[in-house]
Design a protein around this ligand. Sequence first.
Ligand code: TYM
Length: 343
Amino acid sequence: MEEAMKTNNQPEAPARKKRIFSAIQPSGQMTLGNYLGAIRNWVEMQDQFDCVYATANLHAITVRQEPKKLKENTTNLFALLIAAGVDPEKSIFFHQSMVPAHAELSWVLSTFTQFGELSRMTQFKDKSARHADNINAGLFTYPSLMAADILLYQADLVPVGDDQRQHLELTRDIAVRFNGIYGKTFVVPEPYIKKNAARVRNLLDPSKKMSKSDPNTKSFILMTDEPATIMKKFRSAVTDSEASVRYAEGKDGINNLMEIYSACTGKTYAQIEDEFRGKGYGDFKTAVGEAVVATLEPIQIRYKELISDRKYLDELAQKGAASAERLAKRTIEKVYKKVGLVR
Ligand code: TYM
């Protein structure tokens, strides 16, 4: 066969590109943490891999949402991700609720997920503490839906921030368990978590991750924050009393600012330490703020253009969903057949 191919002068079939899947919830606005921890990597991976990305609106309703706002936030997030570099020409990009196979596979996988496993999820513990009046079944089985998102597309790699590591582990366990019972059905995915900015921290309490659900808006940077707001938030960021810009244990506030600065400028920690030797934290915070503004400004300009044409954005999502549906169908048909479900 190989000989024949050579003599016919035909190129060898290219190896299958690795498949990527990731998603982000449209609950409120996107933060700098989402961008530096995950979305930047989604964008970078598009040239090399076969990428499938979604807004996770089914996940978002595990916390009560105002319907009109949820719909608006979903389209806004879609536009913001395109502005940040997610390219619907290169990647399949859609809203989770447009492809019913996510919910279908989620149900099947929930029967392969144990109560004990779900009980150990730190995100469930955190969220049920924060929403004690609405600890619904969906909040509990959320990781089965996330596993369905990933396994549906036979993803090899999942670019996420560090806080999703535990969910990824569970996804792998579910895939291995299912494959063990029914024979190879799912690719067992690997998390793709970059070292730098995998956990961008809360600006006022660096022991916590940066999160839009924090009641104090000064603790996080939103992708759409005005430059003056960004500068102000960095000026009030918590540091320490040492007055020395260096990356070290016990300097969580400064480490966080260094990670952000490094992610936005491409400078190494050693270069940053050199740059600010003998200077105070005030100068450093100003430089971090300016670097973030410079990173976000082009995204904000593009976002404002995109968001004015919601019809175009809806059409793009419909197109993405049609491509996603074709891939998802293959997996869901295989799974239903293996489990013995009539279709
Ligand atoms: P979500 O919407 O909370 O966050 C989206 C992505 O941003 C990352 N992230 C961070 N990274 C660094 N520092 C931070 N402070 C920070 N905050 C958030 C998250 O790790 C994530 O990668 N369950 C997921 C959404 C989801 C999903 C999926 C992800 C649904 N299905 C399938 C991957 C694969 C979530 O709530 O992410």
